[in-house]
Ligand binder design. Structure first.
Ligand SMILES: [Zn+2]
Length: 101
């Protein structure tokens, strides 16, 4: 394989990764049942990277994304600022968040 073939292979692989990520994002958006759950993000990089002066004031906005394709999990909390998954949602948390809508 020459170097141009290699570059083309890499570009195709990158496009495939981006396409997969794009469809995952759309699926997660369609499965989001609450966009603003008041919940503290535990990621040490949240806010700190974009706005270092806010580092000590963590983000409190998460979304609840249902995960219908998973057998053992109902959904997950994901930070609206840094996209980090916080935790799987328990049945009682799910009911509480749905009740708040
Ligand atoms: Zn975060």
């Amino acid at each position: 394989m020459n170097s141009i073939d290699y570059e083309v292979q890499c570009a195709i692989a990158r496009d495939e990764r981006h396409t997969k990520r794009y469809y995952t994002l759309i699926e997660e958006m369609n499965n989001t049942v609450n966009w603003n759950v008041e919940r503290k993000c535990k990621s040490k990089y949240c806010l700190g990277i974009l706005e270092p002066e806010l580092y000590h004031y963590p983000c409190y906005s998460m979304r609840l994304v249902l995960t219908p394709k998973l057998k053992n999990q109902r959904g997950k909390f994901v930070c609206n600022c840094c996209d980090t998954m916080d935790k799987w949602v328990s049945e009682s948390e799910l009911q509480e968040v749905l009740w708040d809508l």
